[in-house]
Design a protein around this ligand. Structure first.
Ligand code: HEM
Length: 141
């Protein structure tokens, strides 16, 4: 990500944050429509999940310039996700659902540059989580 992209992400986050419930609901309905096989991995009530996700995204953005803090968030998150059964193809689906959700809630206000910046931010976090997941013990040991 370029520093300009990071600025765009941070600047547009407050707009998304104000619509966090709507964004969360849309994100999971998009995800479950696209990849119904992941639905059973989640609890019945998706509302607490939305809250935790928004809290985590806020913390990740705050830690973005501090490598140690960022790793301190991403490593345990990645290990928990390995335990949930998340695999790289799922990260792809979540990324597509996430960008689609931004299209839904921001409409014309989502400029191509903002969309590319959020795509780059998601890709960076997802790649790091996937790489860190490989540190998890294989499930059959
Ligand atoms: C960058 C991508 C992602 C982020 C930032 C993220 C973030 C989170 C957060 C903050 C939680 C709350 C619980 C916790 O902290 O462990 C969570 C739970 C969860 N996530 Fe993710 N996640 C991501 C990608 C994925 C992917 C690709 C999957 C695979 C389908 C997934 C499946 C789950 C599941 C199954 C739970 C637990 C739900 C439950 O207990 O009801 N996540 N995620």
């Amino acid at each position: 990500m370029t520093p300009e992209q990071m600025q765009l992400v941070k600047a547009s986050f407050s707009t998304i944050y104000r619509r966090k419930r709507q964004a969360g609901t849309l994100l999971y309905s998009r995800l479950f429509a696209m990849a119904p096989q992941v639905r059973p991995m989640f609890g019945e009530d998706i509302a607490p999940q939305v809250e935790m996700l928004v809290t985590m995204v806020t913390a990740i953005l705050r830690a973005a310039d501090d490598e140690e803090k960022l790793r301190g968030l991403l490593r345990p998150l990645a290990l928990r996700h390995a335990a949930y059964g998340a695999v790289p193809a799922h990260y792809n689906a979540v990324g597509i659902a996430f960008l689609g959700t931004l299209d839904d809630i921001l409409g014309d206000r989502l400029t191509p540059e903002m969309r590319a910046a959020w795509g780059a931010a998601y890709a960076e976090v997802a790649q790091r989580m996937i790489a860190l997941s490989s540190e998890a013990a294989p499930a059959n040991l």
